[in-house]
Write a protein that binds this ligand. Structure first.
Ligand code: CA
Length: 231
């Protein structure tokens, strides 16, 4: 599980950040003070990324950043800075932060930064312990050995055909696949039925995997062509 520490003293901002990270497939640990954050970092050695607000009642975010760096742990750090404090970025990067996000930020901006940093940190780990037989596309994990799909660690029951469609999509993140292409890959060249079967299976898959099947965000429609897996 990809665990992220969220340090922010303002409840509304913290909840907003936590909600959006969870939607993006991350597990979150929350702190409202720098002191708490450092304690939680000790208790959760598997935290790989920390979002640190700068302005806090006790020790500030820069100091938390400095102390995390001093601990020698390999953790990605993103500072949450205020627009009025332009110097924050510089100071943040000086104290060892990897990136910063300026408030107010959109959920898309936040998760994009977190995903990007997580990918950078995660890369070397993946190389060290190759997890073959798995296709990961948070919050989804497809296990190709026992042909199962998990979303946020929860098993989603799929038919064999649905599984095969899902695998094809997840193997081609961001790529528009034509309905004919999907038909051939899943049902085979000799299939004599209609291409409509692709749509039927996509519709069923959406009911199982989408947060809101009426507005799909994972399996999107490429109008007049086919479908795409949004990585
Ligand atoms: Ca604050």
């Amino acid at each position: 599980m990809r665990k992220v520490l969220v340090l922010e003293d303002e409840d509304s901002i913290r909840s907003f950040v936590v909600l959006n990270l969870q939607r993006a497939g991350y597990q979150t640990v929350e702190a409202s003070s720098g002191e708490d954050a450092l304690e939680l970092m000790k208790q959760n050695p598997d935290i790989r990324l920390a979002l640190l607000d700068v302005m806090l009642p006790g020790i500030d975010g820069f100091e938390v950043c400095r102390r995390i760096r001093a601990s020698g742990k390999r953790v990605g750090i993103i500072m949450l800075t205020a627009r009025s404090q332009e110097m924050d970025k510089v100071t943040g990067l000086m104290t060892g932060a990897d990136d910063y996000v300026t408030k107010p930020f959109s959920p898309a901006e936040l998760t994009a930064r977190v995903d990007a940093l997580y990918r950078r940190i995660g890369d070397s780990d993946t190389a060290a312990t190759p997890r073959s037989g798995e296709i990961s596309s948070p919050p989804f994990l497809l296990n190709t050995r026992n042909r199962t799909l998990e979303k946020n660690g929860q098993r989603i029951k799929l038919t064999q055909v649905e599984y095969t469609v899902m695998k094809l999509l997840m193997e081609n993140p961001g790529k528009a696949l034509s309905r004919e292409e999907i038909l051939e890959a899943v049902w085979g060249r000799d299939y004599y039925g209609e291409v409509k079967i692709v749509d039927v299976n996509i519709r069923r898959l959406r009911l199982k995997v989408e947060d809101d099947p009426t507005t799909p965000t994972y399996i999107t429609t490429v109008w007049g062509y086919g479908y795409k897996w949004e990585a």
